[in-house]
Ligand binder design. Structure first.
Ligand code: ADP
Ligand code: GLC
Length: 497
């Protein structure tokens, strides 16, 4: 990112946006936030907007991008150590600013947790620093000449950015905070307010205080100029008690500033016609070639190749959110249909143990791969017959869109972005060629099982199944429309600043 002095604001100069995020694929990814943080800025850049990403320089990021140039030093303040900004670039051409602070980010393990799955003890400071530096770059005190008009933060990890800016005296950028998942709020002890360099006055109901604690996300939602979330359905749901995770009052009070914008997918990366990570490439016109992926997947996972059975699959974080405990409950009935099941995921140790034990009991029909494996995720999308996402809640969900693009109809619960993107298979939706998967409503194992049975019946009927596959593959899940919605918000925020 060249720190030029020529970036003056004129009517013709492009909007300048800083996209602050705690993950960005392929450098660091634990879920959909990583995918969105790579693809959305690229789509925004394609609209002619000057967008740059701010990301912590985790160990794996530095290893993937050796030799980055230092462009600024940031002095220690409050409990934050010295840090540096390094310049790099994404493969998409989007400039990348790395926040380098070895004490905080240069360690083994994940971005949020140790290798053993425990949250890092210093997460408040690690993401407090990310929030603070994003704010600094949007303030008059920035060490860079490039000054964003809008800072677009993501989730609690950047939730304090609007707070740092709000309590700073000088001219500042506007803020947009996107909620990818309200279940993670970044709640810490109130004593950290001073350690994070926030003024004592910020610890109030109008600021970062939340039932006597310090909440990154609540502070961000309270103080950001605009907020958004990742599907229209979730934007509605989080204003209610059921899925508002305690923040529904605040969110409904701010409903005029709350936008529900559906995530897109990277249609180049997730394209069965060109995907280098799958065994056989195919399109809607060459669907027969998809079976080569099913064979490769079953071989890789040690699943029986005969008889020909429907293969149901999951790629997911294993958490309460995803409803996979229901899948574990109905797995015996699913396998008895008969059918096969392949799972790739990691997280909750009890769910990991449950799926591993299932695979051990049924080695030819069930498989569980624990861990994170991008290549296998692609092969599963291409090789499975149907994809399972029985989520209790789902802000958007990426895999149901990848699945439709790969001719692998998803089975989803009607919640958040899943309800917004999957059309249930009924005689009516088959007739109007919109049917693209199976949608169930009730949050229960029985309802999931009924949907799985419906899918197995449809799979047995070639004409129905091919119709579902073709309909899903014809859908446009690209970023174009959503990127324009974000661009509209950026422009309004920059204008009002
Ligand atoms: P969430 O962000 O809640 O985890 P999403 O559906 O939005 O759910 O995105 C999940 C992303 O992470 C998808 O790209 C999915 O393929 C990927 N993913 C999840 N678990 C794994 C895993 N174990 N291995 C590879 N990719 C995974
Ligand atoms: C979150 C949500 C998921 C969403 C993703 C990207 O992790 O759980 O539904 O797709 O963020 O926005």
């Amino acid at each position: 990112m060249p720190a030029t002095t020529s970036d003056k604001t004129t009517n013709s100069s492009p909007l300048r946006i800083l996209f602050a995020t705690s993950e960005c694929a392929p450098l660091v990814k634990t879920g959909g936030l990583g995918d969105v943080s790579a693809a959305l800025p690229a789509a925004i850049k394609a609209l002619g907007i000057d967008i740059r990403i701010l990301l912590p320089a985790y160990r794996q990021v530095l290893a993937a991008l050796p030799g980055c140039r230092e462009i600024a030093r940031i002095e220690a303040t409050a409990d934050f150590p010295n840090a540096r900004l390094l310049q790099s670039q994404m493969a998409s051409g989007v400039p990348l600013v790395l926040l380098d602070c070895p004490d905080m980010y240069d360690r083994d393990g994940g971005p949020y947790q140790t290798e053993a799955g425990k949250d890092w003890d210093d997460n408040a400071l690690r993401f407090g620093l990310l929030s603070r530096v994003a704010a600094l770059l949007g303030s008059a005190d920035s060490p860079l000449d490039w000054r964003p008009q809008v800072i677009h933060g993501n989730d609690w990890q950047t939730g304090l950015t609007p707070a740092y800016l709000r309590y700073a005296a000088k001219a500042r950028a506007a803020t947009l905070l996107t909620v990818h998942n309200l279940a993670f709020q970044g709640i810490f002890e109130p004593g950290l307010v001073a350690a994070l360099g926030l003024p004592a006055a910020s610890f109030s109901p109008d600021g970062v205080e939340y039932y006597g604690k310090l909440s990154f996300l609540k502070g961000g939602l309270q103080l950001a100029d605009a907020i958004s979330t990742v599907s229209p359905g979730y934007a509605r749901e989080i204003q209610g008690e059921g899925l508002g995770f305690g923040l529904h009052g605040l969110l409904s009070a701010r409903k005029d500033s709350l936008h529900g914008i559906l995530n897109g997918i990277d249609t180049a990366l997730w394209n069965p016609a060109t995907d280098p990570l799958i065994a056989c490439r195919y399109s809607a016109d060459t669907l027969a070639a998809k079976t080569g992926n099913k064979r490769a997947l079953r071989e890789r996972l040690g699943l029986a190749l005969t008889p020909e059975l429907p293969l149901f699959a999951v790629v997911s974080r294993l958490t309460e959110q995803k409803g996979l405990d229901w899948l574990l409950q109905i797995a015996p009935q699913l396998l008895a249909l008969p059918a096969q099941l392949a799972l790739l995921g990691g997280g909750d140790p009890e769910l990991e143990r449950g799926f591993l034990a299932l695979a051990q009991r049924h080695p030819h029909s069930a498989s569980a791969t624990i861990g994170f494996d991008e290549t296998l995720a692609h092969l599963i999308e291409a090789g499975a017959d149907a994809f399972l996402m029985p989520s209790r809640f789902e802000p958007c969900g990426m895999n149901q869109m990848y699945s439709q693009r790969y001719g692998t109809p998803p089975i989803v619960r009607a919640t958040g972005g899943l309800a917004d993107t999957v059309v249930d298979c009924t005689p009516g939706t088959l007739a109007d060629e919109s049917a693209s998967g199976f949608v169930f409503h009730e949050p229960s194992a029985d309802a999931l099982l009924a949907a799985v049975r419906r899918a197995a019946d449809a799979w047995a009927d070639n004409a129905t199944w091919h119709a579902l596959q073709r309909n899903g593959m014809a859908r446009d899940f690209g970023w174009n429309t959503s990127a324009r919605s974000y661009a509209g918000i950026y422009a309004r925020l920059a204008k009002n600043r």
